[in-house]
Design a protein around this ligand. Structure first.
Ligand SMILES: [Zn+2]
Length: 256
């Protein structure tokens, strides 16, 4: 009897504990995922690499939702050409406007670089990208983007290039050719960006683009087929070179 009574007496407090233990178990229950997190945290312990990889997967071009008044007018069809916008001197702040009005634009990443800075915490690395957008028929824009992630830098540059798109007057200013086709510049143009000065001279049909690799690519994207070019200054600095080139090509309008 004494053994059973001890067993009985021992049980009630034993049952009492689980009664208290339920909330108590609740805590360990919360504690388990808490233990689980450090378990996930070990792969997450390589987090710097793991997180951007996860972000990279869902790259879906979101549908354009216009934010500015101009954007809404373009989306609704009230404004239907770039000429309308440019003649009114309106400022384009959304890439979607350009994408809609000049639908055959293609973009090209033509320069990427790493920016390294010393900070009190050590070295910080970020990326910059230069992107050109053109339709090979008189429209060209160049944009730059910077970010800690290469992909974001390119995205920003893409956006900037679209917004930057402006018309270029093509023509034939060559005395050797004198045709009416739009294969060159209508006259000699000169532009400056930073230390770089670029000059574009009209050339006869069949000449091709007489220019260095990246300048040639950009001229091609703008729609030029034949031209002579000269470039002075540190043309390896693509930032300046692209600015000079755009300034140069925009001259085709200011003079014509
Ligand atoms: Zn010609």
């Amino acid at each position: 009897m004494s053994q059973t009574s001890q067993a009985q007496t021992s049980k009630p407090p034993g049952q009492g504990r689980p009664g208290q233990g339920r909330p108590g178990q609740g805590r360990p229950g919360q504690g388990r995922p808490g233990q689980g997190r450090p378990g996930q945290g070990r792969p997450g312990g390589r987090p710097g690499q793991g997180r951007p990889r996860r972000e990279r997967k869902p790259i879906v071009e979101p549908e354009w939702i216009p934010k500015t008044i101009l954007g809404k007018k373009v989306a609704s069809g009230e404004i239907s050409s770039m000429e309308e916008i440019l003649s009114q001197g309106l400022r384009i702040q959304e890439a979607g406007i350009i994408k809609k009005l000049v639908p055959d634009l293609e973009t090209k990443v033509f320069d990427v670089g790493i920016i390294q800075k010393m900070t009190p915490n050590g070295q910080s690395t970020s990326f910059k990208a230069l992107v050109a957008a053109g339709n090979k028929n008189g429209w060209l824009g160049i944009g730059m983007g910077k970010s800690k992630q290469m992909r974001v830098a390119i995205e920003k540059a893409n956006n900037a290039a679209y917004i930057n798109v402006s018309p270029i007057k093509l023509g034939c200013g060559s005395w050797e050719c004198r045709c009416d086709q739009k294969h060159s510049v209508p006259f000699k143009v000169k532009g400056k960006g930073g230390s770089v000065t670029i000059e574009i001279l009209p050339g006869p049909r069949g000449l091709g683009l007489v220019a260095g690799g990246k300048i040639r690519d950009l001229l091609q994207l703008a729609g030029l087929k034949d031209a002579w070019t000269t470039a002075k200054g540190s043309t390896a600095t693509m930032n300046s070179t692209s600015k000079a080139l755009l300034n140069c090509l925009r001259q085709t309008f200011s003079q014509g």
